[in-house]
Design a protein around this ligand. Sequence first.
Ligand SMILES: *Cc1c(COP(=O)(O)O)cnc(C)c1O
Length: 411
Amino acid sequence: MEHLERADERVFRAVQDETARQLGQLEMIASENFVSPAVREALGTVFTHKYAEGLPGRRYYGGCEFADEVEELARSRATRLFGADHANVQPHSGAQANMAAYFAFIEPGDTILGMNLNHGGHLTHGSPVNFSGRLFKVHAYGVREEDGRIDYDQVREVARRCRPKLIMTGASAYPRTLDFGAFGEIAAEVGAVHVVDLAHIAGLVAGGHHPSPVPHADVVTTTTHKTLRGPRGGLILCRAEHARIIDKMVFPFIQGGPLMHVVASKAVALGEALTPAFRDYGASVVDNARALARALMARGVRLVSGGTDTHLLLVDLRDRDLTGKDAEQALERAGITVNKNTVPGETRSPFVTSGLRIGTPALTTRGMGTDEMKRIGGWIADILERPGDTARIDGIRGQVTELCAGYPLYA
Ligand SMILES: *Cc1c(COP(=O)(O)O)cnc(C)c1O
C-alpha cells in the first residue's frame, strides 16, 4: 500500500490500526468473517472503474467484454454451488437483495409475514424503522418461549389468519436448523410467495451443513460476506420463471451500475466455496460452535434453545444481574468481540438487551479449532461471572493476545 501511505497518511494509518485490531482480538461477531487474499485482491482491481449497467451480453455501455466474463463466472458458480436455476450477483448488499425480492412480487400496502426481530429476525423482514415495515403490512412469527425454537404450528396459524402475499423465512440470530420445507408448505397453502433470506447460513448450506432452501423457495436472497466468506455484498437465486422480474428489480428498479470489482471478487469467493476445502471449513465452523456451546453450558451459561446447530449461539443473560450491553463491553475489554442481542421475550431496549450473539466463522477461518473454543468458552464464562473484576479481565486480555499471535491471519 505504498501509494496510499504517500497519498493519504490518515487513511493509511486507520487501515493499519484496523488491521492490528482485527489481528489482535478474537472476532466472534456471528456475521463477520475474513476473506482470502485472492478475494481481497479482486476488490482492489480496475473493475471499480467500469460502468456495466445491464447484464452480461446486454449492457447499456461499451467495453464490457471482461465485465461480462467475470459476471458470467460469478453467476454460473452461484447457480452450480446452490443448485439454483438463476442467479443475480449485482445486489450491493443483503438489504438490497431483499428489497429487489419484495418488489418483484408485492406492492406497498400488501401483507408480509416475517420473523419477529426480537426472536432473531432481520430489520428488512418488517421492522418499523426499515422500508419493509413502512411499506408493507407486517405480521410476525416467533420462537417458543420454552425451547427457543420456531413454532411451525404458530407460523401456519398466523399465515392462515393474515393471508400474507409473501412469507420471508430466515434470521440473523437463530441458532437452530430452519425447516424450509415446512415454510414452503405453509406458503403454498395460503398462496404466498416464499422468499428465503439465507444471509447468515449461506456458507453452511453451500458446504452441505444445513439443508438447502432452493427446492422450497421461489427466491433465495443472501449476503456474500458472512459464512459464505466473500466480499461485502448481496446475491439472489431464483427459479427460472422469476429470473426476468428479479433482474429488472435489481436494475433499473432499485440500483444503478453494479460494483464490478465486487462482482469479480464474488466470482472468486464462489469459486472457493465450490472446493472441498470450503466444505471442510463449514464443518469446522459448526463443530467449533458446538464446542463453544458445550464449554459455556458446562459453566452454567444459559443458551437460547440450549445449544446450536449452526455457526452461532445466543447467550441468555436474564438469569443474571447483567445486560447484553455491559457483557459486550466487559468482553471487549478482554479482546473478545461479540454483539449484544435481544433474546426471545426481551424486555430491555435493543440498545441494552438481555443477550449476546456469538459466532465462530471468523475464528475458524483463522484456523482455530475445538480446543481453542474450550479455552475461549472458559474466558467468556469467567467474565460473565465477574464482569466488574477488571484485574481478572485484563489478565484474560493478555492470554487472548497470546492466542491471537499463534494464529496470524494471512500466514
Ligand atoms: C446481514 C443480514 C441482512 C443484511 O445484509 P446487509 O449486507 O448488511 O444489508 C439481511 N438479512 C439477514 C437475515 C441478515 O442476517
